[in-house]
Design a protein around this ligand. Structure first.
Ligand SMILES: Cc1ncc(C[n+]2csc(CCOP(=O)(O)OP(=O)(O)O)c2C)c(N)n1
Ligand SMILES: [Mg+2]
Length: 295
């Protein structure tokens, strides 16, 4: 049975705040972690895992389950934190062993070593191709679950994505949902410095590119849980013969922590000392309270 852990938008906002605080703590304890991307992707990933994909740690082999592929694999700490929050792993074990040889939690997720990880990732630009393969296999078995993938805006400059995007639409793989965390920065560049998206540039331009390749595409405020919730609940039913769906989430790298949002490229990877941790946690609490007040 597909599980819904959290239904209410306010409760999803609270959960996203908790996940961000845990990410901040992880950044202090681990010392050096990809943090800007996980912070910006927290809201949409929380909504997907706790409400929309029916994620069930006790039924990870269920052939009818939804599948989530973290195409931007460098954000693995976000999934590991969610898994710990769901009780699948011990939180202290994660923080004590992260990125240590001989232990399961690498900086990038390893499918062979961490249950819940469907596909090992880290080399950018492959999630969508995986989606195409799994989507075909499911269609052959008449399985109508969704195949989700989370991509970065920088990652979208990888040409392999666009092969998969063209392929998915050509083959009517409407069981695929591509979620792009458009946080306006890659590792060292503001988005748009390397490549401009369509006529308009930015998230709207990227959505036009998806549409030109035959997808349904929407741009949403990826920091607004009510928008995220509305969009995910309105995804068209899977028919196994329609258009794939793209959701471009406009966010800021480091979302929720002002010193990171002010210098997004400086916070692709980083570590906190005690002062930075305190500042980050205070910010996250204030940010979460503001978000709650809006709904
Ligand atoms: C094929 C490949 N090229 C380069 C890298 C190195 N790299 C890791 S993260 C990153 C930037 C990714 O930016 P984005 O997709 O926007 O991710 P986010 O901002 O969400 O962290 C790069 C270039 C990689 N992991 N894989
Ligand atoms: Mg980015």
């Amino acid at each position: 049975m597909a599980k819904v852990y959290i239904n209410d938008v306010k409760d999803l906002i609270v959960k996203a705040g908790e996940i961000r605080e845990k990410l901040a703590l992880a950044t202090r304890r681990i010392g050096n972690v990809h943090i800007g991307g996980p912070m910006s992707a927290t809201d949409v990933t929380t909504a997907i895992y706790y409400k929309y994909m029916g994620f069930d740690p006790d039924n990870l082999d269920d052939p009818n389950r939804d599948i989530f592929i973290l195409s931007k694999g460098h954000n693995g700490i976000l999934l590991f934190t969610i898994f710990c929050d769901m009780g699948m792993y011990d939180w202290d074990l994660l923080l004590d062993t992260y990125n240590t040889i001989g232990h399961p939690f690498g900086a990038h997720p390893n499918h062979k070593r961490v249950k819940g990880i469907e596909v090992s990732s880290g080399s950018l630009g492959h999630g969508l191709s995986w989606c195409c393969g799994i989507a075909h296999a499911n269609r052959a078995k008449n399985i109508k679950s969704r195949i989700w993938t989370l991509l970065g805006d920088g990652e979208m400059e990888e040409g392999s994505n666009w092969e998969a995007i063209l392929y998915a639409a050509s083959h009517n793989l409407d069981n695929i949902v591509a979620v792009v965390d458009f946080n306006h920065a890659s590792a060292a560049f503001e988005t748009g410095q390397n490549q401009r998206w369509g006529e308009k540039g930015g998230p709207e331009g990227m959505a036009d590119c998806f549409r030109a390749f035959g997808w349904n595409a929407v741009v949403i405020d990826g920091t607004n849980m009510a928008d995220i919730d509305k969009t995910l609940s309105a995804l068209p039913e899977v028919t196994l013969n329609g258009k794939p769906n793209a959701i471009i989430c406009s966010t800021t790298k480091g979302q929720g922590v002002s010193f990171m949002m002010e210098r997004p490229c400086a916070w692709h990877i980083g570590g906190f000392d005690d002062d930075k941790l305190k500042e980050a946690v205070e910010d996250i609490k204030a940010y979460t309270a503001e978000r709650l007040a809006e709904v």
